[in-house]
Design a protein. Sequence first.
Length: 432
Amino acid sequence: MPERFDAIVVGAGPAGNAAALTLAEAGVSVLLLERGEYPGSKNVQGAIMYADQLQALIPDFRDDAPLERHIVEQRIWMLDDSAHVGTHYRSDGFNEELPNRYTIIRAQFDKWFAKKVQAAGALLICETTVTELLKDGDRVVGVRTDRAGGDIHADVVILADGVNALVAQRSGLRDELKPDNVALAVKEMHFLPEEVIQQRFNIGENEGVVIEAAGTITDGMLGTGFIYTNRESLSVGIGCLVSDFAASKTRPYDLLERFKQHPSIRPLLAGSEVKEYAAHLIPEGGYRAVPKVFGDGWLMAGDAGQFVNSLHREGSNMAMTTGRIAAETVIDLKREGKPMNGRNLSLYRKRLEDSYVMKDLRKYRDLPQVLHRNKQFVTTYPKLLAGAADTWFRVDGVDKRSKERQIVRSFLKGRSLRGLVGDALRLARAVR
Ligand SMILES: Cc1cc2nc3c(=O)[nH]c(=O)nc-3n(C[C@H](O)[C@H](O)[C@H](O)COP(=O)(O)OP(=O)(O)OC[C@H]3O[C@@H](n4cnc5c(N)ncnc54)[C@H](O)[C@@H]3O)c2cc1C
């Protein structure tokens, strides 16, 4: 193996694979290092994969990518202790020739993705952990690995090692994660026969459903639960801010058990066999939590850079986009013969600001703090909404005008007029 490359990419998740593929296709010599036995072996995701960004990298990915089902229906549920109020959007339009969203299983998907990266000419080495960055003064000049004699040099290192970003932390390039900027998610795989899933969720052979749920299921903590349909399994999980778990002393697995026992959820899982359990962090600090993502000889992409839009559950697409843009920046500088110093690599941040990644994170920049300070959105409102629906739909001889008054009274009692108006304004401002 050569001891010097044009670029080294740390981590073969969506960000690292996207970066290495883009570099290799442009003829840049690139080494992709992965600590797992194979790419994906250590990775956890829901997982919905958004086709658009993958298609930009591998236009014909549908030919052989390990895809589970394409999504035709999105359910968003607000749960109280015994009911849910929700919206469903289902469309035959999602049965288009090139579907937009798929469920995937990351262990299979990342492995497939990395094979494409190798086919493009990158060198992939697994079971190799990058322990720290090699520096010449402040300039990053390569990586140290856990292999004997494992120092490798490069003009630029792209850090795509995921949410903990330990390599950057150890090298003083990023602060430690703050507990209120990161969620801990636990997830199980529930196996069921394909036909049972299709019947239960009212879907056809390749069709899938996404259920996102919030409300009293998180016990006053900020977070959401989910169910995604795979071909022969359901991904079932729940995640909340680490700071909330610490303050409430709730055990994540207990929360998942409660979610699974909710009367709206339990029937969907009935008879399933649980085969896998995993826990993983998700960056949820948004725009304000994005650290410095470039410097002399280095760039940071994906979860390491906190590029996740938690409201829309978009992480893998942002990882692929930031990985690709990081690589394109390197390619352009190399073509122009410019050194990989911080000044030149700042072009990466500029390009990110112009992309949907930073535009979306900027749009929701106040949302994490607003939700954190206003827990009534996951405590009081789910109960008020379920109560209102119960009053409205129960046929009990009470006239409809009286029902309307009863509902309005319950909201005024639950939050007061000032509280209701304040909440509406707070939320509108946070997502404007
Ligand atoms: C429960 C859950 C559900 C989610 N659901 C969705 C969803 O439905 N849709 C969506 O878009 N996003 C979802 N996300 C977010 C998504 O998984 C991440 O945003 C995405 O995986 C980030 O990709 P990445 O490449 O930056 O990091 P990762 O996928 O974490 O990949 C990092 C890679 O780096 C390797 N690595 C780490 N340290 C080292 C080291 N020192 N040396 C070598 N290799 C190293 C790891 O083994 C790993 O392969 C979810 C996350 C979780 C936890």
